[in-house]
Design a protein around this ligand. Structure first.
Ligand code: MN
Ligand code: MN
Length: 306
């Protein structure tokens, strides 16, 4: 049984793509596959799985020597369990920059394309087989695209992502604007997460000039509900830095999906300085609004300097 999974701190594209690809391998190849997740799902992903009547994949345990896996929506060993070293990686399907570090014993099939979403890459890999997708799988594919593109607002969106999403929505009889609203409302309900849980919910570790940042993003349609919890979040950030050996500083961005701007917590002198030099602003208070910033991949990470 081939294990198909995406990154730690799973998002809708990582979970949806693992399910889509496991379906494809089972249905259209001689491989037997099962999707897995690497952690607790966010409220948007839970909503999506519910909406399309799909079971939550099992949680991945340690991988043993030679276990066959397919990695989706990342190629970064830092975003995978340490036991990935043991695994026999058969395929990688991704839409992120190549960071290196994964190694294999035999040549893997690697497909990485500059589109907004892993599910879009899978759509293209399937060719005419996309027509055989049941509603549940097509619904997941649509959800992945809307999630990763923030309903086409993110600058990572390509015309092709939009085209694929519109075709799927049409076939499914789903109105994109209405369905996106439901997805984003689900994502904005953070009531079940602790302050510390909010920091790791959607977070990537990123090195800038020797400083190890954890760059956390919270996409929401109601930034005020996050900002109400600011004091608790800052306290949790400090605890996170103390307990995690490979995190020097946490940058916490609240992305307002509808107004297309980010509010970053500038809770100490260092974060004030980093945000000032990275985004060319003068930071005075303990939050800073960055108009137009919605994408960690395309806007936040490439801008970071200290
Ligand atoms: Mn992802
Ligand atoms: Mn993705």
């Amino acid at each position: 049984m081939i294990k198909v999974f995406g990154h730690l701190a799973p998002d809708t594209d990582t979970v949806g793509s693992a399910i889509i690809w496991a379906w494809y391998l089972n249905e259209h190849t001689s491989m037997d596959a099962e999707p897995y997740v690497l952690g607790e799902l966010n409220s948007e992903t839970n909503f999506v799985l519910n909406r399309w009547n799909v079971d939550t994949p099992r949680l991945l345990e340690n991988l043993s020597e030679g276990e066959e896996v397919v990695v989706v929506d990342t190629n970064n060993p830092q975003e995978l369990p340490e036991s990935i070293e043991n695994a026999n990686i058969l395929q990688i399907i991704d839409h992120h920059k190549l960071v290196g570090g994964l190694s294999t014993d035999t040549p893997p099939e690697v497909t990485m394309r500059p589109v907004a979403c892993t599910a879009t890459v899978m759509h293209d890999l399937m060719g005419e087989k996309v027509d055989s997708m049941p509603e549940s799988i097509a619904g997941l594919m649509l959800s992945c695209i809307l999630s990763d593109t923030l309903e086409f607002r993110s600058p990572t969106t390509t015309p092709h992502d939009k085209d694929v999403a519109e075709k799927l929505a049409d076939k499914l009889g789903v109105t994109i604007s209405e369905y996106s609203k439901e997805m984003f409302a689900a994502k904005s309900d953070i009531s079940s997460f602790t302050d510390s849980g909010l920091i790791t919910l959607d977070s990537k570790k990123y090195d800038v000039g020797g400083t190890n940042f954890r760059v956390s993003v919270l996409e929401t349609t109601t930034p005020e509900t996050v900002l109400e919890r600011k004091a608790g979040i800052v306290k949790a950030i400090k605890e996170n830095i103390e307990t995690e050996h490979d995190v020097d500083e946490v940058l916490f961005f609240i992305v307002d999906i509808l107004n297309e701007e980010a509010t970053v917590l500038t809770y100490n002198d260092f974060t004030k300085q980093v945000i000032s030099s990275s985004f060319g602003v003068t930071v005075e208070g303990d939050t800073e609004v960055l108009p137009g910033i919605v994408s960690r991949k395309k806007q936040i990470l490439p801008s970071l300097k200290i």
